[in-house]
Design a protein around this ligand. Structure first.
Ligand SMILES: Cc1cc2nc3c(=O)[nH]c(=O)nc-3n(C[C@H](O)[C@H](O)[C@H](O)COP(=O)(O)OP(=O)(O)OC[C@H]3O[C@@H](n4cnc5c(N)ncnc54)[C@H](O)[C@@H]3O)c2cc1C
Length: 245
């Protein structure tokens, strides 16, 4: 039974048209479909549930950020981390043009706090599609510190923004750190501009919780100024903690 407050999400049946390697551990999956010109994509960081078939034909649904939407040709890009363990990551590593993908969404609304004078952006690989889309949409000259964790030093992505952004790529390779630990360390060490700030933080759920706690406790961020979301959780398949937005 569908509860009255769970809105049905628009569904788009699409196929893969291109699979483009972006880094050693990320591919861009480009999808097209007859209804994709009408994808209701309005804001950076919006995401959709993508459903694919695993090798046994069973459906696998996971949340992915809409990286680009091109209404004209009816195309959308989703950038997928090849972390190797989950069924969706394995599907993406082997995906080929012509494979079917169902898109449900997009979902999510970005709430921007009133009067923030600067933005702290913190993201691991899973949240970089959202973080980079957000950077691209910020107003000219807006002060931003972006801390972006990667695997290898060369695993950086193009970053286009008119904001006054200091973008730091933080490679884990050789540090002995697990995913997310470098982000927490870097946020603790970061020199933030004075004045009221906002923060957007996403990635591994445990790291995100630690960063949020630090920003609210030791850095004096206001609760409504910190947008923190676990995009996945170490040791947990299909983590749902981040599914509401
Ligand atoms: C709103 C939202 C937007 C998201 N956008 C993106 C996006 O644009 N690109 C993207 O790649 N991911 C994104 N994610 C994260 C993605 O949904 C999860 O990583 C998902 O769990 C991957 O599914 P899977 O089948 O590969 O692994 P699962 O079956 O969910 O998990 C299997 C194992 O892999 C581990 N795992 C899951 N994800 C990762 C990871 N990234 N790194 C290392 N280990 C992992 C789990 O801890 C578990 O042990 C987003 C999540 C949310 C909530």
């Amino acid at each position: 039974m569908r509860l009255p407050f769970s809105r049905p999400r628009p569904v788009h049946d699409t196929v893969v048209t291109a699979v483009t390697p972006l880094t050693s551990a990320m591919v861009r999956i480009t999808l097209t479909g007859p209804t994709l010109p009408a994808l209701a994509f309005e804001q950076p960081t919006q995401w959709a549930k993508l459903t694919v078939a695993d090798p046994a034909g069973a459906p696998v649904s996971r949340a992915y950020t809409v990286r680009h939407h091109r209404p004209g040709p009816g195309e959308a890009d989703f950038d997928v981390v090849l972390h190797g363990r989950g069924p969706f990551a394995r599907w993406a590593a082997a995906a080929r043009p012509g494979e079917p993908v169902r898109i449900a969404g997009p979902r999510g609304r970005l709430r921007t706090p009133e009067g923030a004078g600067h933005l702290l952006l913190v993201a691991d690989e899973s949240a970089q599609p959202a973080a980079l889309a957000l950077l691209a949409a910020l107003p000219r000259g807006f002060p931003v510190l972006a801390l972006l964790e990667t695997g290898l030093p060369q695993d950086t992505l193009p970053c286009r923004t008119a904001a006054d952004a200091a973008v730091h790529w933080l490679p884990r390779a050789g540090t002995g750190h697990r995913k997310g630990e470098l982000l927490l360390e870097s946020v603790r060490d970061a020199a933030l501009p004075p004045g009221r700030g906002a923060a957007w933080v996403a990635g591994e759920a445990g790291a995100v919780t630690g960063i949020r706690r630090h920003l609210l406790g030791e850095r004096g961020f206001e609760r409504e100024g910190v947008r923190a979301k676990g995009y996945w959780k170490a040791g947990e398949a299909d983590h749902r903690g981040g599914a509401e937005q």
